[in-house]
Design a protein around this ligand. Structure first.
Ligand code: ZN
Length: 110
């Protein structure tokens, strides 16, 4: 991987980190306990509770992704960035552009 490619991935990483951060903030807001006096319109309280567990799962997922992104952000400074953690082959640039937090190549990720 050359410096130009690294720069591209880094840009993508920063963009993803920004997006994920916004998602985490949004989900955290949605996870706040529902005050009983709050009017939740046509949605029943039961639905709200169901939605809450969905949002909590999404929040955990976003936090997990954030950790991986931050790990990659750290790793991009080192030469083994873009290398599959398992087979030690270079992960194709196309894959890194879609999932900059990929630790494995397509084959090893399966
Ligand atoms: Zn691999």
């Amino acid at each position: 991987m050359d410096e130009t490619q690294k720069k591209e991935i880094h840009k993508k990483l920063m963009h993803e980190i920004d997006n994920t951060q916004k998602k985490i903030a949004e989900y955290t807001e949605l996870c706040k306990p529902i005050a009983p006096e709050n009017s939740i319109g046509r949605i029943s309280r039961m639905d709200a509770i169901n939605n809450k567990s969905v949002v909590e799962a999404a929040l955990r997922q976003a936090e997990n992704k954030m950790q991986q992104l931050q790990f990659m952000q750290h790793k991009i400074k080192y030469t083994d960035f873009g290398m599959c953690n398992k087979c030690k082959q270079n992960i194709p640039l196309g894959r890194l552009m879609i999932r900059p937090h990929s630790k494995f190549c397509v084959n090893c990720a399966q």
